[in-house]
Ligand binder design. Structure first.
Ligand code: 9MG
Length: 288
């Protein structure tokens, strides 16, 4: 399957697509505060940031209003709606891009779909009550991600696996079956091994080294390693010095079957993706 229908736009997954990360959380904007709302200023800033990622070569923008970092405080559904819906409306109206919503809340899934979102990205794999039904009622594709532990708040307490590839693969295949039973066609499903979600450094490195084993699931893979602590731990780098490490993982992920790459640093990632594809498949463009 090489085409992913995302509301009014279609993504060609015969080429690797780059998804830019747009966090709409209080710490993402200078006018943030404890009781953050998507103010006019922050929506404008989000639009400018998304437009820059689009011009750098992103074809998707992932809008999230809840931090999934380990230990991050939960936000109410109303707060999440207030953060993401105005941004999704503006992006879908003004930019030629697939807007994805990073959420686990069924209410946010429904409103994001009505606001023009083209994909639902749920790190909890539709585990929240009503989420499976909410996605089934839309026509949108969904990204199902592996996480060990019930939530980002607790996932890093004591991750343990006998065979991480087998366990991630079994988990994802059970989630696919659950979706199909609920009426979500396989053609609408994207899978994600969940780097950093309930995994130690060694687990993350093994997962990336053997990621091609997930090809057997027969569905497109989304990969998110950008600036994550696995890079920090492997290289001893703080979060703002993880670009080179992140790009190394992108090249390896593309070589091992990743079809959508979720990143903060779009321009550099697009170059790495296109260069890796040129090595793997040849370059269609004429050399200058
Ligand atoms: C929201 N979010 C943070 N990290 C992620 C990852 O690795 N994959 C997906 N699908 N979403 C993520």
């Amino acid at each position: 399957m090489t085409q992913l229908k995302c509301a009014s736009r279609t993504l060609d997954l015969s080429r690797v697509q780059v998804m830019g990360i747009l966090n709409v959380t209080p710490d993402s904007f200078s006018d943030g505060g404890h009781l953050y709302r998507a103010s006019k200023l922050s929506v404008e800033q989000a639009l400018v940031h998304a437009a820059a990622m689009l011009s750098d070569g992103a074809s998707m923008i992932d809008v999230g209003g809840e931090s999934t970092r380990p230990g991050a405080a939960p936000v109410s559904v109303q707060e999440e709606l207030d953060r993401v819906i105005p941004v999704i409306e503006r992006l879908t109206a003004e930019l030629d891009v697939v807007v994805s919503v990073d959420t686990s809340a069924p209410e946010v899934m429904r409103e994001a779909a009505a606001a023009g979102a083209g994909l639902i990205n749920d790190v909890r794999s539709l585990a929240r009550e009503g989420a499976l039904e909410a996605v089934a009622k839309t026509d949108l594709p969904v990204c199902l991600m592996h996480m060990q532990g019930v939530s980002p708040a607790t996932m890093q307490l004591a991750p343990s696996y006998e065979d991480i590839l087998a366990e991630v693969s079994d988990f994802l295949s059970r989630q696919v079956a659950r979706c199909v039973t609920a009426g979500i066609a396989r053609e609408r499903i994207v899978l994600d091994p969940g780097f950093g979600f309930g995994k130690t450094l060694e687990h993350n490195l093994t997962l990336l080294r053997r990621m091609n084993e997930l090809d057997a699931l027969g569905l497109p893979l989304l990969v998110g390693t950008s600036r994550k602590s696995m890079i920090g731990q492997a290289l001893g780098r703080e979060v703002d010095s993880r670009l080179a490490g992140s790009l190394a993982t992108v090249a390896l992920a593309v070589e091992r079957g990743g079809r959508i790459i979720r990143v903060h640093d779009v321009a550099a990632t697009v170059d790495v993706v296109r260069m890796t594809e040129a090595v793997l498949y040849g370059c269609e463009q004429e050399q200058a």
